[in-house]
Design a protein around this ligand. Structure first.
Ligand SMILES: CC(C)(COP(=O)(O)OP(=O)(O)OC[C@H]1O[C@@H](n2cnc3c(N)ncnc32)[C@H](O)[C@@H]1O)[C@@H](O)C(=O)NCCC(=O)NCCS
Ligand SMILES: Nc1ncnc2c1ncn2[C@@H]1O[C@H](COP(=O)(O)OP(=O)(O)OP(=O)(O)O)[C@@H](O)[C@H]1O
Length: 192
């Protein structure tokens, strides 16, 4: 059985960056955020459920209306929980399907919410990508056109990094002072 390694971290921590480096090194990496977006635009049963939860405005020209959904789920915990309960099982199933098709002895799954969902327990090891909150906020502000308030509400929807540190097996520091590639190479040695 292939080893399954989780990659997680708060918004703007650099999970996607770490995933991209691993992919370039030839490792299979499943991006939960990216696939979640595709699934929400393809899976008809899920689309119906999301429209029931958020109304017809949840989709514009048959595409998920992301700003509309974001405005609701990052303001209303119950809406976010309800959405997570619809989307996450579909992503889990899609991951299993993807994993069954891979030949590599080691697989990675990137997800913003491994600790929050309890899903971290199903991995052989979890890597937390860590960076101070101010740096993460600055990166997200530069990457997305979001206000400080919008970024704050996303941060508040996630477990604080200090809590994640207690649960993780391994850490990659992405605070701008330490290079990512040497840290990734060091971790890969542990999995071999
Ligand atoms: C709310 C949505 C439409 C916002 O889209 P948008 O393009 O503006 O942002 P993006 O997808 O790039 O998300 C940015 C970051 O927000 C955080 N985030 C996204 N969804 C959630 C969530 N349900 N709970 C907490 N944080 C979240 C993550 O750190 C994520 O990487 C989108 O994030 C979404 O569909 N989320 C639900 C799916 C989900 O739970 N994804 C996370 C793990 S699978
Ligand atoms: N070490 C770094 N130096 C400079 N910029 C960085 C560094 N790491 C990440 N970034 C930038 O910060 C932004 C956030 O990184 P990335 O998208 O990898 O984070 P993420 O954890 O996947 O975030 P999210 O949860 O929001 O999807 C990106 O624009 C990325 O290019």
């Amino acid at each position: 059985m292939a080893k399954k390694i989780g990659i997680t971290g708060g918004i703007g921590s650099g999970k996607s960056m770490v995933s991209r480096i691993l992919q370039l090194m030839g490792y299979p990496v499943y991006s939960s955020d990216q696939r979640a977006k595709e699934i929400m635009n393809e899976n008809q049963a899920l689309i119906r459920s999301l429209k029931e939860l958020f109304g017809e405005e949840a989709y514009l020209d048959s595409k998920l209306n992301r700003p509309y959904i974001a405005a609701q789920i990052f303001r209303d915990d119950s809406k976010r929980t309800a959405m997570n309960q619809l989307v996450h099982p579909a992503v889990r199933e899609d991951f299993q399907h993807w994993a069954s098709r891979q030949k590599s002895p080691i697989l990675f799954q990137e997800s913003a919410l491994l600790f929050e969902t309890g899903n971290y327990k199903s991995f052989d090891a979890v890597i937390l990508v860590s960076a101070p909150e101010e740096i993460r906020m600055k990166r997200v502000k530069e990457r997305d056109r979001l206000t400080d308030e919008q970024i704050r509400s996303r941060l508040d929807a996630q477990m604080p990094e200090a809590e994640k540190m207690k649960l993780t097996d391994l850490v990659i520091y992405n605070d701008g002072n330490q290079l990512l590639v040497p840290q990734i190479l060091e971790l890969l040695k542990k999995f071999k």
